[in-house]
Design a protein around this ligand. Sequence first.
Ligand SMILES: Cc1cc2nc3c(=O)[nH]c(=O)nc-3n(C[C@H](O)[C@H](O)[C@H](O)COP(=O)(O)OP(=O)(O)OC[C@H]3O[C@@H](n4cnc5c(N)ncnc54)[C@H](O)[C@@H]3O)c2cc1C
Length: 333
Amino acid sequence: MNTTKKILVVVERSENSIKPFVFEAIHAARLLANSLGGTVHVLCFGLETSMVSCFVGWGADHVRILQNPLFGSITLEQALESIEPQINAEKPYAVFFSATTRGKELSASLSARLNTSLATDCVAIEIGETGEILVQRPVYAGKALSNLILKGTGPHILSLRQNIFRGSGPDFSREGKIESIDIKIPEDRLVLKIQDVVREAGSQLDVTEARVIVSGGLGMQNPENFKLLEKLAQVLHGAVGASRPVVDNGWRSYSNQIGQTGRTVQPDLYIACGISGAVQHLAGMSAAKCIVAINKDANAPIFSVADYGIVGDALEILPSLTEEFRRVLGSLD
Ligand SMILES: Cc1cc2nc3c(=O)[nH]c(=O)nc-3n(C[C@H](O)[C@H](O)[C@H](O)COP(=O)(O)OP(=O)(O)OC[C@H]3O[C@@H](n4cnc5c(N)ncnc54)[C@H](O)[C@@H]3O)c2cc1C
């Protein structure tokens, strides 16, 4: 009997580039497959073969590119209609998604369709003594970690938190198979069709992908002062984040919001400027590897999670901090 276990990674389509979280998911799948003596299969939509060849280096044994004219801007339904038959045919032991907004939506919808187990936002994955998948994921807005055992034959569906499963880089000596196949999606199964996509002007690096986030709260006092955060973020090659009232006031877009009702992030460095540190904000960023807080109030709760704290006026401190980082890092404007 062939008992080789397949780990399938579903790659989210992004415009003209492969996002780092894709490599993280393939790397995590490789580690799991190594523990199981299994293989890693990657499924992607409408990409060029030249764009996916690096997936093999990151650990894929087999890459399948599904082609359909609709994949220019793929909807949730189109993705589900394309993935489900592949899973039914391939019978993977586990299916990995990245825990992006789309990845969470897809993984949850797919597990409901297949009536199978789902673990979202996983931060650790390993194989237990008796061969089942053990998963760790944050619960209660990051205040606790829950350990799950995924029992049964699968397919177990997992979404992986970004910036966790980074790996040291691709191994270009690896060999794998890449194939591209045309697929049909029955029109009568689709209720939505994307007519047009309007992108946010000057859109910056996504906060969930950034390794450095410079975030501002109401203490920044007005939207113009966010330019100070943008300058520092630029020097540090990071993204600008914001607290919820900043977004509610219309100073920044919702895509910048960090916290319980915004994005959950886990960067290497999080610089919180004029943010009090309400529990709802901490829920989205307290797992950052290093937290620096700048606040006028020495008793602000943000200092209880900060690795480094500066008590003072962010509007005065930020220009000097930016200048010093620029000098040390030798960065350009
Ligand atoms: C259901 C629910 C969900 C929520 N979800 C979120 C969420 O996702 N994300 C989120 O952020 N919040 C969320 N909130 C709101 C949250 O409770 C807080 O109200 C919010 O985080 C506070 O934002 P803030 O820190 O920017 O403002 P404030 O709490 O007003 O803090 C401003 C801080 O700036 C400091 N300050 C003032 N001037 C300066 C200066 N010149 N230099 C330095 N420091 C200065 C002050 O000392 C103060 O600590 C949610 C609330 C609820 C009820």
